[in-house]
Design a protein around this ligand. Structure first.
Ligand code: PEP
Length: 251
């Protein structure tokens, strides 16, 4: 049994006050949800305040990135241990926007993932092909190298702290969702890769989320796919009502 994860990536949106207001609005809307892990990912500066606001609720907090060293002369970076200290249980790593605009590579994703796990965080590791890669039929080879590189060297027991997010870049923030079948096809492929590299029991247990224009009206179809174990949600997570509708897809 894989418990679904619905995670909201707030990206670079919302002030402190707006972040706290959003999570306070969300809490009662999802309070009765069953059998789903609900995670929100505010900007760094709001992590601590949002963590305080969700205490006693069924919502967890993620950061949107981390560094791989715990301390040192690394101006501007934030260590996994500091994220824990701020109340995070999760961290998103290797989001396509970080790969695209901030030079994130599979190597840096791998270092960050290992450091996050070592610090006791759950890593939401993102992979996904661009439109050009899909159109030139490179989807599977791109996903293969991203999964191999990003998760290289992990031990079987590390996977209790790993969630994978398949986010086709062409579907992020574009309103274009992969069809249920397109998403399921890649999720099956990722599970096969995990099975080959880390064993069948790891593959059976690991949650693979879909991300890319998930909305209240398409979440049910996606979640009905046998290998889709949740969603990483951008735009629709910025409003309590739409995120709650997604997080309670099984109500
Ligand atoms: C994301 O930011 O991970 C994402 C999937 O965004 P959106 O839902 O807006 O496509």
């Amino acid at each position: 049994m894989r418990i679904p994860v619905i995670a909201g990536n707030w990206k670079l949106f919302k002030t402190l006050a707006e972040s706290v207001a959003l999570v306070n609005e969300l809490k009662p809307l999802v309070a009765n949800s069953q059998g789903v892990e609900i995670v929100v990912a505010p900007v760094f500066t709001a992590l601590s305040r949002v963590s305080d606001a969700i205490k006693g609720s069924n919502i967890r907090v993620a950061a949107q990135d981390c560094y791989w060293e715990e301390e040192g002369a690394f101006t501007g970076e934030v260590a996994p241990g500091l994220l824990k200290d701020a109340g995070c249980s999760h961290v998103i790593i290797g989001h396509s926007e970080r790969r695209q605009y901030f030079g994130e590579t599979d190597l840096t994703v791998n270092k960050k993932t290992r450091a996050a796990i070592a610090a006791g965080l759950n890593a939401i590791v993102c992979v996904g092909e661009t439109l050009a890669e899909r159109e030139s039929e490179q989807t599977f080879s791109v996903i293969d190298s991203q999964i191999s590189g990003s998760l290289a060297g992990l031990a079987t027991e590390d996977f209790s702290r790993v969630v994978i997010a398949y986010e086709p870049v062409w579907a992020i923030g574009t309103g274009k969702t992969a069809s249920d079948a397109q998403a399921q096809e890649v999720h099956v492929f990722i599970r096969q890769l995990i099975s080959r590299q880390f064993g069948q029991s790891v593959a059976d247990a690991v949650r693979i989320l879909y991300g890319g224009s998930v909305k209240p009206d398409n979440v049910k179809g996606l979640m009905a796919q046998p290998d889709i174990d949740g969603a990483l949600v951008g735009g629709a997570s910025l409003k309590a009502e739409s995120f709650a509708a997604i997080a309670t897809f099984n109500a």
